[in-house]
Design a protein around this ligand. Structure first.
Ligand SMILES: [Zn+2]
Ligand SMILES: [Zn+2]
Length: 146
């Protein structure tokens, strides 16, 4: 990553919030930007542990909302009782289709979704930080098996 890096953005956010910037938080952030897929906390925890970092799940759970709030990471979907995430900074906004049978997740992009968000924002005077759009159903392969 060469442009205004995710680390700089996060540092600035933490500073403005008057929070403490810790090496653990930065390690979590850097690892998230190495994962080019959706992930959950267990997966992130294991990746960090396998590299010798001793960062607790509690620390990860406390750091994720901060990364979401500053627009670097988003929640993608909830499955098996826990949330799945992805980093979004540096990526085009996109939506997801999720197969209820094989659990395959496909990404797609449609500018109309952002238009809807923009319209809502103007009409209601709110500030939209993130658009989450999810389609649930059966993928083409699973439909055939029925
Ligand atoms: Zn399927
Ligand atoms: Zn995605």
């Amino acid at each position: 990553m060469l442009q205004a890096s995710e680390v700089e953005i996060f540092r600035e956010f933490i500073r403005k919030r008057g929070l403490r910037y810790t090496p653990e938080r930065e390690t979590i952030l850097r690892e998230i930007f190495k994962i080019h897929d959706h992930f959950d906390v267990d997966e992130l925890y294991l990746r960090l542990r396998n590299q010798g970092y001793r960062i607790s799940k509690a620390t990860i759970y406390r750091t994720l909302p901060l990364l979401i709030e500053c627009g670097l990471v988003q929640e993608v979907y909830h499955e098996d009782g826990h949330m799945h995430y992805e980093h979004i900074y540096g990526h085009e906004p996109h939506a997801h289709f999720r197969c209820l049978s094989c659990r395959r997740v496909e990404e797609f992009r449609d500018e109309r979704l952002e238009e809807v968000a923009r319209e809502f924002q103007e009409k209601h005077g709110v500030q939209i930080k993130m658009v989450r759009y999810e389609l649930l159903g059966y993928c083409a392969a699973c439909r055939k098996e029925e």
